[in-house]
Design a protein around this ligand. Sequence first.
Ligand code: F6P
Length: 319
Amino acid sequence: VQSIAVLTSGGDSQGMNAAVRAVVRSALFHGLKVYAVQRGYHGLIHDDIREMDLRSVGDIIQRGGTILQTARSKEFMTLEGQQIGAENLRKRGIDGLVVIGGDGSYQGANKLRLQGIKTMGLPGTIDNDIPFTDITIGFDTAVGIVVDAVNKLRDTMTSHERSSVVEVMGRHCGDIALYAGLASGAEAILVPEMPFDLDQISASMKHHFAGGKRHSIILVAEGVGKGEDIANRITESSGIECRVTVLGHIQRGGSPTHNDRILASRLGDFAVRRLIAGDSGKAVGVIQNELVATDIEKVVSTKKPFNKDLYDLALRLSQ
Ligand code: F6P
């Protein structure tokens, strides 16, 4: 490739800016021209593309959100939209594209590959729901935000001897609930990947409160259902007041952790180097600290395996 472009797409995540910076600086380092597409695939169709230089990505490694903005584009789902997008790249001599996003963004990258553009996907999502990488960019920061919120909730729950349901994001994936639950010592973690019994959770909570426990935290992944319904059912069956907190988009904002910045920097640079090596239609990731590139088609058609060991560990320690 001679010229490449970068875009962010789908829900944003902390560390996307660090990834954009890495792509731009690595491309320039390797002597390529590099462009940014504003507003994801929407901007690609509407020709919202500008050339980047070293300074265009200054002072962003620490910023949440994405300076390239992001969008979910219906137009791009049509063949015509994909052809227009590819043409807007080609007319500038751009033959490679790095797409930073999640599942849906990868599908778009694959469509562009079929239009002759060399594409690379970078896993940018707080959900950690992408297979063939141990972790996605933003997940570490999002989990940290949830853990911090649970620490605060615990203080006030203890004072009032209440129980607290905390609903977290993750779409169909329970990883934010699982990792934050383990790290914050939650009494129960409800994820879509595992069955659970609310009556049993209530009974165990009653038992522990009778034995001197003064608070209880239940982490609920949004893929399981509404936190409010779960809190109401627990209050009913346990007799212990259960309040609900929905953390929402707070989980997607704020400065990325150093782990997310390092991950984004490594993956951004790796994606550029794969494109230079002639690779296309791949999604990059890190598996056991090794950088890997996997066929996007394989990535989008595989469900990320659930970490049952971690789940069992959390259960064992939550007594
Ligand atoms: O994929 C990231 C994510 O934050 C999910 O966890 C959540 O279900 C969804 O995006 C929320 O989307 P929106 O920002 O469109 O409300």
